[in-house]
Structure formats: structure tokens, C-alpha cells
Design a protein around this ligand. Structure first.
Ligand SMILES: Nc1ncnc2c1ncn2[C@@H]1O[C@H](COP(=O)(O)OP(=O)(O)OP(=O)(O)O)[C@@H](O)[C@H]1O
Ligand SMILES: [Mg+2]
Length: 184
């Protein structure tokens, strides 16, 4: 089972991925996989981030991860890969997200861009373009510890998981926060 762990930067993908790895689960870091296998397309100099060739990465994963075992693919592009059987989107209230992003010491513009992206559901919109909605799940991490987020992920990733309202898409709506400024 290939499970995408995606979400706006700062929602906690890497933190929870590290915990899942410690618990013995297989986690693939997509940016590392892309770098190691010639799937980098260039550099976004404005954002100081690598551009991944998604076609190449998709082909690489399709060829090399034919498995019945549970594998998590972590990264904010994970939902763009059609080979994913389930897509888990980590969400975070903009006020809390700002706190988490501030820890990254990014500039204000980059922080604001990501808060805006979270408010307008960018990742969810991209995910529904690629996957049937029944395969997409959202976890609100705002008040959850990393351990609790990991437990939710493991529940959803189970083969016989029956969708419940808690993780169904469309329940999270930060749109009222759009015009608010969140003082640090
Ligand atoms: N559930 C949580 N509760 C509180 N703080 C958290 C939680 N998850 C992550 N954090 C903190 O938020 C910050 C961002 O987390 P992390 O780097 O894991 O996010 P990310 O989604 O991997 O971001 P990026 O896309 O930039 O790699 C870190 O300082 C981390 O310790
Ligand atoms: Mg990360």
C-alpha cells in the first residue's frame, strides 16, 4: 500500500514521518528520492527550493515500489503522484501554522504564502484533481501531538479502514481566517 503524506509546509509531515520511521514503518522522503534518482528539474531561486520532475518521479516509483507492504511517501508533492493508493493531507489552523513556520526562520513573504495556501486549500484542490475523493483523507493536526498524528495516520493507512467523518475531506475550513493577521 503506497500512502502519500502531504500538506502545506509546516503542518508536520517530516516530524511525523520521523516518528513513524522510529516505530519501524517504511518512509520514503520524496525530495531525497528525487535527488538520488535524477528527478530534479531545476531550482526555484525565489523560494530557494528544488523543482521536482514529477513525471520522472512517478515513473521511478511505479517501477521500484511494487509492493503490498505499507510504504509512506512524505513530501508536499506526494499527492501529485497518481501511484498513491491513499492520500493523507495534514492540515493546521493558520494561527498555529504561523508559529510552526516561524521556527523555520523563513522570510515573512514565504511564511505568508504558505499560510495563504493552507487557508485556500491548495493541496486538497490539487489532490482531488489526481485521486478519487474516497482515497483522500485530512487530519487536523492543530491540537494534536506528533504521536497523535502518527496514530491517526496508522488508522487511515490500514487496509480495512472504513472512512469515518473525522478524516473525510471537506470538513476543514479556515476561510474565515483569510483577512486576519496573526501577530507573532
Ligand atoms: N503536531 C505538532 N504539534 C506541534 N508542533 C509541531 C507538530 N508537528 C510539527 N510541529 C513543529 O512544527 C514545525 C514544522 O514541522 P515539520 O518540519 O515537520 O513540517 P513539514 O510539514 O515537514 O514542513 P516542510 O514542508 O517545510 O518540510 C517543527 O518545528 C515541528 O517541531
Ligand atoms: Mg518537511
Amino acid at each position: 500500500m503506497r500512502v502519500a503524506l502531504t500538506g502545506t509546509p509546516g503542518t508536520g509531515k517530516s516530524s511525523v514521518a520521523t516518528l513513524l520511521q522510529k516505530q519501524g514503518y517504511t518512509v520514503v522522503r520524496l525530495h531525497e528520492l528525487a535527488k538520488q534518482n535524477g528527478c530534479i528539474d531545476g531550482m526555484d531561486t525565489k523560494r530557494n527550493s528544488l523543482l521536482i520532475d514529477m513525471d520522472k518521479l512517478h515513473k521511478y516509483i511505479k517501477k521500484n515500489f511494487i509492493t503490498n507492504e505499507l510504504v509512506f511517501f512524505e513530501g508536499h508533492v506526494a499527492h501529485l503522484l497518481k501511484t498513491m493508493e491513499k492520500v493523507i493531507i495534514l492540515r493546521c489552523h493558520p494561527k498555529e501554522l504561523k508559529k510552526r513556520l516561524m521556527k523555520k526562520k523563513w522570510n515573512n513573504q514565504k511564511i505568508q504564502e504558505n499560510i495563504d495556501a493552507e487557508i485556500i486549500d491548495v493541496i486538497l484542490c490539487e489532490a482531488v484533481e489526481q485521486h478519487p475523493t474516497k482515497n483522500i483523507f485530512e487530519i487536523d493536526t492543530t491540537k494534536k501531538t506528533i504521536e497523535e498524528v502518527a496514530a491517526s495516520i496508522l488508522k487511515i493507512a490500514k487496509k480495512n479502514f472504513q472512512p469515518t467523518k473525522t478524516y473525510n475531506i471537506g470538513r476543514i475550513d479556515w476561510s474565515e481566517e483569510i483577512l486576519k493577521d496573526f501577530p507573532a
